[in-house]
Ligand binder design. Structure first.
Ligand code: PRX
Length: 659
């Protein structure tokens, strides 16, 4: 970084400056048009008017052009913690995402897809319709129907959204498993949802290497009796894929002869659309459930107002569809709005660190949405990489997944957005399904703050007794006080956990699991997770998930996993391990344990550091005190340790980390 530039960033940070959006952007924005139509004169007035959530979300239904098969009888039925939106409506999200688009935007490109090796495919809405329908007919022929679960383990190829939409079309519930997860993680999710069918691929490209999928799925399918059939996409053309007769079918073969027309199943607006597993505080990921109607309205409305998408925008969300960000903002939201988007298969730095900027230039991306961890990585690599490309088509930027540090914010603003593009720092979760706290293009920005709740969202920060800390600038529990359309409909097969995790901290109020403060101007500053969930490169990983993977190794007796601040990833994973007798600490064993976790969960969960210890601090009831391990690791005061069953273990940890 040149010195002059470094100085500018420093001074921007020091000033604590508020960044006002460009006038033209404000004047031409979707949200401003909405306000004008309703005689709303200011941002504050908009937020105030939207407190009538039934009015606001009914307006959003019109705003994003939802076409019900049968109109709702009621906007909302709220029996905490259960919600129904658009009660009585008959609907299918695929109608708005695909069927309608094929009617009105048949020749418009839905996806511009680029494979890591460089091939490009453009898929129009008309083609998307044909492919979704053909696969939907295949699924039906294989006996998949309403309410059946289908697990999808596919890389970032157009067939991933096609597979999801084909399921939704016939009323089946999809459960997408991130392609970077391991086959054990795949198996857990298949078993938990008792999926009937698996859709996967031979493999995919990542960093110039081939990552196999089908051959790895085969290793665990013996333990998944619910799976009756497997559809395999030929992405790479790998030799020697073992196709089990009568169970496995190649996508391109089985699709032959199937019609490009398939009736869209008429669902209730509150019927389930998908399950997406996410990490919580226990070793077992939880299946977050979302429904057709409310989710359609919530994702499309936020995208239209926050990212201001219009007919000729080129939208690129760099997330993987295996996470909620991709479900909501690569698949459903953008398709409902009928936009053209970019989808990229591979690694961001392949073959050179300017791949992303070259994609933005070549396709003329106008609105770009990524994660703080990626921005920090690019910042470290230096501005010479984006400087090689013309990024002047960009008009708006976004981030999601973890708090963005002001320095990264300012770098993104300056070197990617050319100081023209406001940054939408969107706070939300797998559970919320849609962006919840975020600027709009009309919002003055403070770097590092997700600013204010979206209209219709009532967020607050509570002290432990449920008193509001709004505008007090004091940290507390981030809560949502009223239901929202894309709200989760529960956890698959885990009702008690649903109530306990989200609804028991404060009666009838959704607890997010995050800490936050609200400043004097009503701006929200998210401080991070309060529960034992790590955020590694923006991805959620449960401490106990990594611990249970570790203790499943024969050498490990006990494990405590904690997070440690990391410059790029946000958090790094650190494991303290007590070995079983007969095993000796060694570098080789550390490596083996790291690989073991990668096999059990996926590479993203691999511990960055491992310490072998002889004891772990525990309560008298035997609970391992991660908090104490973490405090010692970070050189902080571990607090009163006299109540521990084994206070001497604190010194063991000190010795291990050299504190
Ligand atoms: O801690 C918050 C953090 O990510 C969590 C949700 O993770 P996940 O369900 O994986 O969804 C991520 C993508 C929507 C939240 O509880 N988080 C997400 N966005 C932000 C954030 N923290 C601060 N600022 C954000 N913009």
């Amino acid at each position: 970084m040149s010195q002059g530039v470094g100085e500018t960033i420093d001074s921007l940070l020091r000033e604590g400056r508020v960044f006002h959006p460009p006038k033209e952007l404000v004047e031409t924005s979707n949200v401003k048009a909405f306000m004008d139509r309703h005689g709303i004169g200011s941002y504050e007035e908009l937020l105030e008017r939207a407190r009538d959530i039934e009015w606001f979300w009914s307006e959003m239904v019109k705003e994003v052009g939802i076409e019900w098969f049968e109109e709702p009888k009621k906007v909302l039925e709220w029996n905490p913690p259960y919600v129904k939106w658009f009660v009585g409506a008959k609907y299918n999200i695929v109608h708005d995402a695909v069927d309608k688009q094929a009617r009105i935007r048949k020749n418009k490109v839905a996806y511009i897809w680029e494979g890591e090796p460089g091939e490009v495919r453009k898929i129009t809405y008309g083609e998307l319709y044909n492919e979704v329908n053909r696969l939907a007919n295949v699924l039906k022929a294989l006996g998949v129907g309403r309410g059946d679960r289908v697990t999808i383990w596919l890389p970032m190829v157009p067939e991933l959204p096609i597979a999801m939409l084909a399921c939704a079309k016939i009323g089946a519930i999809h459960s997408v498993v991130f392609s970077g997860f391991s086959e054990r993680a795949l198996l857990d999710r298949i078993q938990d949802s008792r999926a009937k069918l698996l859709i996967t691929a031979d493999g995919f490209y990542r960093n110039g290497k081939v990552i196999e999928l089908k051959s790895r799925a085969d290793k665990v399918l013996g333990e998944a009796p619910s799976i009756e059939n497997v559809i395999v996409l030929e992405r790479i053309g790998l030799d020697g894929i073992d196709m089990k007769r009568g169970r496995d079918y190649w996508w391109h073969e089985i699709i032959k002869g199937h019609s490009r027309h398939c009736d869209t199943e008429v669902m209730d607006a509150n019927d389930l659309l998908f399950i997406l597993y996410t990490s919580g505080t226990t070793g077992k990921p939880k299946g977050v459930m979302h429904a057709h109607g409310g989710y359609a309205v919530g994702t499309a409305a936020t995208l239209k107002f926050i990212f201001d998408l219009k007919e000729d925008d080129i939208w690129w969300c760099s997330a993987d569809i295996g996470w909620i960000t991709g479900h909501s903002y690569i698949v459903y939201g953008p398709l409902i709005l009928g936009v053209t988007q970019v989808m990229y298969e591979g690694a961001p730095l392949y073959p050179e660190p300017d791949r992303w900027w070259s994609i933005i230039e070549r396709y003329g991306v106008t609105v770009f949405y990524t994660a703080p961890t990626a921005i920090r990585m690019f910042m470290r690599l230096g501005e010479k990489w984006p400087a090689r490309h013309d990024l002047s088509t960009l008009r708006l930027l976004g981030t999601v997944g973890e708090p963005i540090n002001p320095e990264a914010w300012v770098w993104y603003y300056k070197y990617i957005g050319g100081e023209r593009c406001p940054i939408m720092d969107t706070w939300w979760q797998t559970e919320t399904g849609m962006q919840m706290i975020s600027p709009l293009p009309i919002t003055p920005l403070k770097p590092g703050s997700a600013t204010k709740p979206f209209p219709g969202i009532e967020a607050d920060v509570y002290d432990p007794n449920g008193n509001s800390l709004y505008k007090k600038n004091v940290g507390g529990y981030l809560v949502i006080k009223k239901p929202w359309p894309a709200m989760l409909r529960g956890l698959w097969n885990a009702e008690e956990k649903y109530i306990k995790t989200y609804w028991s901290m404060f009666e009838g109020i959704y607890f997010t699991g995050d800490a936050a403060r609200v400043d004097e101007d009503g701006y929200f500053w998210i401080q991070g997770r309060l529960d034992d969930v790590l955020k590694v490169s923006g991805h959620r990983i449960g401490n106990s998930e990594v611990e249970s993977a570790l203790v499943s190794h024969p050498a490990v007796s006990e494990a405590a996993v904690v997070g440690k601040p990391h410059e790029i990833k946000g958090e790094a994973i650190v494991a303290f391990i007590v070995l079983r007798s007969g095993y000796e600490p060694s570098e080789g064993l550390k490596q083996e344990l790291r690989e073991h976790v990668a096999r059990e969960i996926g590479k993203i969960a691999r511990p960055d550091e491992i310490y072998f210890v002889t004891d772990l601090p525990k309560t008298r009831s035997g609970k391992i005190m991660r908090r104490v391990c973490r405090a010692v690791l970070l050189g902080m005061d571990p607090g009163d340790v006299s109540t521990l069953a084994n206070p001497e273990a604190v010194d063991v940890i000190r010795g291990a980390v050299g504190r």
